[in-house]
Write a protein that binds this ligand. Structure first.
Ligand code: NAP
Ligand code: MN
Length: 264
């Protein structure tokens, strides 16, 4: 077993990372940042997003584990006081893994095609201009969109930006993508559904921007630069993210604890 640690730079996190590294080494587990098969992220969901993008090239061969040092996270199961238990579980048990769908974005420019993979979502915005785009689903015309932008999210991303945009919370074992609107304009020329759309694995969403100023494409909270985007395809990736699961946290309990509080 080769373990990589990814952590943010908050003092509380650094202390946990140090302690965990010590316990891993003491139990004979090797730390290997270049070719890990287990990636432990320490921090919040944002830290796990960074870990995911860093180890994306190894995605099929790596299992993730999230330790949270802030408030409860969606990708982070373990608390900082459970480190010894975590190391013991890693060492002794053949853990069960759970896998969740990822979003693939194909960006077509005039002379090249680029691919991105998102764990939470990708959103496209017009910058300070409105975004005008034709929206197709599975190769068929669906609507003409005009507004601030559109967001396409994975099931695990449904509790993040997508939820703030009025998207439904989707159970992470469902293989689906959800498109939500960001401030759509509705008039005689542009008419949008004005509701989130959820698509199955054999379908994809295509956006064809009408005017092509420098659009803003944001993947998991990071801007990716593109000029002259002619088309964007959003589909469920062939790859999935794998998590080691030693203990089971009921997804809806996590949703309740995060958004409603313990007593509701
Ligand atoms: P950030 O601005 O630090 O994070 C925004 C918040 O989203 C943080 O509280 C983060 O949790 C939480 N979060 C991230 N993934 C989540 C998930 N799958 N379910 C529930 N909450 C989640 O930026 P960041 O930490 O780099 O995260 C980037 C993400 O922020 C983007 O992918 C996007 O989903 C989200 N975001 C949300 C809005 C919005 O809701 N209006 C706007 C922009 C971005 P931690 O504190 O544990 O990191
Ligand atoms: Mn964050």
């Amino acid at each position: 077993m080769r373990v990589a640690l990814v952590y943010n730079h908050q003092p509380q996190t650094l202390a946990v990372a140090q302690k965990l590294e010590h316990e891993l080494l003491a139990s004979g587990i090797k730390i290997n940042a270049d070719q890990p098969n287990v990636v432990i992220s320490i921090g919040g969901d944002g830290t796990l997003l960074s870990a995911f993008h860093r180890y994306l090239p190894l995605i099929d061969d790596v299992r993730f584990i999230g330790v949270h040092t802030g408030h409860l996270g969606f990708y982070t199961d373990w608390r900082d006081f459970e480190l010894a238990e975590l190391v013991k579980a890693l060492k002794q048990r053949q853990p069960e893994t759970v896998s969740y769908p990822l979003l693939e974005v194909r960006v077509k420019e005039d002379h090249r095609v680029r691919y991105y993979t998102a764990l939470n979502e990708a959103s496209i915005k017009g910058g300070y201009k409105t975004l005008e785009a034709e929206v197709d689903i599975k190769g068929q015309f669906f609507e003409n969109f005009r507004g601030d932008g559109l967001c396409v999210s994975t099931p695990t991303g449904s509790t993040a930006y997508s939820k703030s945009l009025g998207g439904a919370v989707i159970h992470p074992t469902l293989k689906a993508l959800q498109m939500t609107e960001i401030a759509s304009l509705n008039n005689r020329l542009f008419r949008t559904l004005s509701a989130p759309v959820v698509i199955p694995p054999d379908q994809w969403i295509t956006l064809k921007p009408k005017a092509r100023p420098d659009l803003l494409l944001v993947v998991d909270g990071h801007r990716v630069r593109h000029r002259q985007i002619s088309e964007l395809d959003f589909s469920i990736s062939k790859h999935m993210i794998h998590f080691d699961r030693f203990k089971y946290t009921h997804f809806w309990n996590r949703v309740r604890d995060s958004f409603l509080g313990q007593d509701s």
